[in-house]
Design a protein around this ligand. Structure first.
Ligand SMILES: Cc1cc2nc3c(=O)[nH]c(=O)nc-3n(C[C@H](O)[C@H](O)[C@H](O)COP(=O)(O)O)c2cc1C
Ligand code: SF4
Length: 645
């Protein structure tokens, strides 16, 4: 593609929302970071998070859902806008973002029945089914609802005073306003039940009355709840028309609730860039104000085309801006292969559920922008060192990238003929296209760095003695764990099945329901095989973020995979396994092939370690070689180790 083709004219065309002009059509979607203080105040971590993204060239930043009332707090350390004393620090944020040319809005919300408070409130005393709050919500009185309209309007006025160019009212994701809109959660008998749109309508009207008709309001609209009896796109069209009449200046289209949050923040299993475009287009047909939408976007071509084809007027980008805050700038400059891709692993949103501040699997600076705003600011090495990195998986790749960026002389050794380590086992799998992109990104950035890459090279004590590196980083990865179960020799390994090294039959038992076991089950079931997963613990994919677990479970269910949890395997034969169920009863499951997928153990050559230690004091073990974990751990260790040398 020539530079000419990469202009992305639609994406970088100016547009106005109400009276506010934006420099481009790229909107940073609101994302709770849990960086604020426990009282919801802005601090340095919040400021630097937004500064990095404004600097990256985004047109409009929408600050995360910010509670307008103390009972509306949805997450620990979320931003608050429920009192006037917050205005000065909020002003610091708007001033900072505007320096870089971005406009800024703040999302106003009340978490309703999903609030993290002792006694949640909602339109009716109806909770969620899959993820219920500890307590059934209390139904708000009519007077309380009327008061809440004022709370939203007061918060909007605060936002205006604090310098926000506009506000976004959160009417999606199953929070209070969406709960009033939804027939699933609004069973009231008063005026707010008879007219389910009234609460939202009154909020928009009161904001306009308090802040002025020309103060722009965005409305994040639930276009679909993915639940029987919930909001549908036809109903959402009606809501949009009514709220446009009330004065909404642009709609931001999403969907889903806490019970269907796999659709709010879709994991890689649902790969569809522009996840909500279809619904957004339906809404766009019935309103005359700009429509924003997105979901899973990493490729600017898709965003640009959607605007060019009149599907949406602006696109929102969420996680991709966590993974790479410079996405807009790199897109504008046509540096597409420099964009670090979001892998849709959902570890970011997974952090919030812990609860913990948001991190990103692929961007180790996420949450640490207050230390280094971006990678240009990483400290240069005081002494240039000869750094040997042993192992070309993601931990080694990241350590090599950052060590070289800091000015060290880096040689990366990989025993096999390819980089990427264990990811190579699955790179061609349907659900791993983004991991493949990530490895391609590493290879691309390393190619244009000064790192010397030696594949097909096993590092030996002899090489270390001869070369005398100043630093040795061991990133030698992991290998399958083989538990001591009678008959274990009858199993084939999950990684060999993925690699196509073994043939499997039509009836398969997979021992181990972690992520690998589940993904292998999906693959084999999609090929038409009958699959059973046996897992010793009560949950499948237990270490995965909620959105991923939901998606995996839905897919396994759809493909009719047989799931046996709480079922430790006690004996394996050629064509059957024996499990013990909850009540201690032994049962036999027959299969053509039995696949083992119960985890991994570190692969570390102690001879090499000792030899490295005899040469230098600077020996580090990172990633799976330290302890088998996730990509986020491997990349983080690669990064921070490289910072420390
Ligand atoms: C960590 C995280 C926090 C989020 N918090 C919010 C929020 O505060 N308000 C909101 O409307 N959506 C929130 N979302 C949803 C995003 O705004 C966005 O709609 C969703 O991630 C899909 O877009 P993406 O695929 O580009 O990330 C959050 C998403 C993530 C990943
Ligand atoms: S944690 Fe995963 S899903 Fe979230 S932004 Fe980073 S790469 Fe994307």
């Amino acid at each position: 593609m020539s530079q000419e083709d990469l202009k992305f004219n639609n994406l970088f065309k100016e547009i106005s929302i109400g009276k506010v002009q934006l420099r481009n059509r790229i909107v940073m979607s609101p994302m709770v970071m849990c960086y604020a203080t426990s009282q919801g105040e802005i601090n340095e971590q919040v400021l630097s998070h937004f500064e990095a993204r404004a600097r990256g060239g985004v047109g409009l930043i929408i600050v995360e859902s910010s509670y307008v009332h103390p009972l509306g707090k949805g997450f620990e350390s979320e931003i608050a806008i429920d009192r006037d004393s917050l205005i000065p620090t909020l002003h610091m944020l708007t001033n900072l973002v505007k320096v870089y040319g971005s406009a800024i809005a703040i999302q106003l919300y009340h978490a309703g029945i999903q609030a993290c408070v002792e006694q949640p409130v909602g339109p009716s005393a109806i909770g969620r089914k899959v993820f219920p709050s500890p307590r059934t919500p209390r139904e708000l009185t009519t007077t309380e609802v009327e008061e809440l309209v004022e709370y939203f309007a007061d918060a909007a006025l605060r936002a205006k005073k604090a310098g926000f160019d506009m506000v976004e009212v959160h009417g999606s994701h199953g929070y209070l306003i969406a709960e009033f809109l939804s027939p699933l959660t609004n069973r009231r008998t008063d005026k707010y039940g008879a007219d389910k749109i009234l609460f939202a309508y009154e909020i928009i009207r009161r904001i306009k009355e308090k802040c002025g008709e020309d103060y722009p309001i965005l409305f994040r609209l639930a276009s679909c709840e993915f639940e029987e009896g919930g909001i549908t796109v036809d109903y959402a069209k009606k809501i949009a028309k009514r709220l446009e009449d009330a004065g909404v200046d642009a709609f931001d289209i999403t969907g889903g609730t806490k019970d269907t949050s796999d659709h709010i923040i879709p994991p890689a299993y649902y790969e569809t860039q522009g996840y909500f475009f279809k619904n957004a287009y339906e809404i766009k047909k019935v309103v005359n104000v700009p429509v924003i939408s997105g979901g899973m976007i990493i490729d600017p071509n898709i965003a640009d085309e959607a605007i060019g084809n009149g599907i949406v007027d602006l696109v929102f980008i969420g996680r991709q801006l966590l993974a790479d805050p410079e996405w807009p700038k790199k897109v504008k400059e046509g540096k597409l292969n420099e964009i670090r891709p979001c892998t849709a692993c959902d570890e970011c949103i997974g952090s919030i559920s812990l609860p913990a501040p948001v991190i990103c699997s692929v961007n180790p600076l996420k949450g640490f922008e207050y230390k280094f705003l971006n990678e240009d600011e990483l400290p240069k090495a005081e002494t240039r060192k000869k750094v040997f990195i042993v192992g070309g998986g993601v931990a080694g790749l990241e350590a090599a990238r950052i060590s070289s960026m800091r000015g060290h002389d880096v040689i990366l050794f990989e025993e096999s003929n390819v980089l990427g380590g264990i990811t190579n086992l699955v790179l061609n799998e349907k659900y791993k296209t983004r991991i493949k992109k990530l490895i391609e990104w590493y290879i691309n950035v390393l190619k244009s760095s000064k790192v010397t890459i030696k594949t097909n090279t096993k590092v030996t004590p002899k090489i270390l003695k001869e070369e005398k590196p100043d630093v040795v980083i061991l990133a030698t990865g992991s290998e399958p764990l083989i538990p001591k179960i009678p008959g274990i020799e009858n199993c084939v390994l999950a990684e060999d099945v993925f690699a196509g090294k073994v043939n499997v039959g039509n009836n398969i038992v997979i021992i181990g329901g972690g992520l690998v076991g589940c993904e292998l089950a999906l693959k084999l079931a999609e090929e038409g095989k009958k699959v059973t997963i046996v897992e010793a613990l009560p949950l499948l994919a237990r270490d995965e973020p909620r959105q991923c677990r939901l998606a995996i479970l839905r897919l396994l269910q759809k493909l009719e995979v047989n799931i046996l949890t709480n079922s430790p395997v006690v004996e394996i034969r050629r064509e059957s396994v024996d499990i013990v169920d909850n009540l201690g009863k032994r049962a036999t499951i027959y299969a053509d092939t039995i696949v083992l997928s119960v985890g991994r153990i570190k692969r570390l050559d102690n001879g090499l370690l000792e030899s490295a230690k005899s040469i230098t004091n600077e020996v580090y073990i990172i990633g799976d070689a330290m302890k088998p974990r996730k990509i986020k751990d491997a990349i983080r260790e690669g990064f921070w180790t490289a910072i420390s040398i």
